[in-house]
Design a protein around this ligand. Structure first.
Ligand code: ADP
Length: 171
């Protein structure tokens, strides 16, 4: 018999390479909306991430340690399968732009076909973070010549800044 999915448990899946203040904002708001929130760090064998899955897991756990109803896990494969394996009935997503919305809309329709009992819930990015993406931040970290830490402070949680700079500088 299949286990019933918990409508008060949501999963927020992504690459989190690395986790940004935009992601953190969605996580904090999601953790207030749901009883439990699982952050799923996706392992995609076709992508070459900057941080390994273990590094992303460890950094996300450090950033999110004070959020008592939030846990972080790695997963491989389809996000809806991970949501089901967690026993959650909700997939949480963040949308920044109209382009995001278009992509997220098709993805949520595909996910509904794959898993009709899992509902996707979207949160609009906060004004302050709607321009923040992991890709943009990696570019800033790579190209900043001076005061890089200060520049990154507007985009990243504190524990991510030094590890990102070290990676980008090949340390
Ligand atoms: P993916 O590789 O699936 O795009 P990401 O880690 O980049 O994974 O993003 C995971 C989720 O967080 C996606 O729903 C994405 O739209 C959302 N997201 C990313 N950055 C932000 C942000 N700055 N504000 C709100 N949502 C965001």
């Amino acid at each position: 018999m299949t286990r019933p999915l918990d409508p008060r448990h949501a999963v927020y899946a992504g690459s989190f390479d690395p986790l940004t203040l935009g992601h953190l904002d969605i996580i904090e708001r999601g953790a207030r909306l749901f009883d439990r929130l699982t952050v799923g760090v996706g392992i995609n064998p076709d992508k070459q991430p900057l941080f390994s899955p273990d590094e992303r897991l460890r950094l996300a756990r450090e950033v999110l340690a004070s959020l008592k109803n939030v846990d972080v896990q790695c997963f491989q494969g389809l996000a809806v399968d991970f949501v089901r394996a967690c026993g959650a009935a909700v997939m949480l997503r963040g949308v920044r732009t109209l382009t995001d919305m278009e992509a997220e809309f098709s993805m949520s329709l595909a996910n509904r076909t794959l898993a009709p009992d899992i509902e996707t819930v979207f949160l609009m990015a906060s004004e302050d973070y709607s321009h923040v993406s992991s890709t943009l931040i990696k570019q800033i970290a790579t190209m900043s010549r001076d005061s890089a830490e200060e520049k990154l402070r507007g985009f990243l949680p504190e524990p991510i800044i030094r590890p990102l700079l070290a990676k980008c500088r090949g340390e």
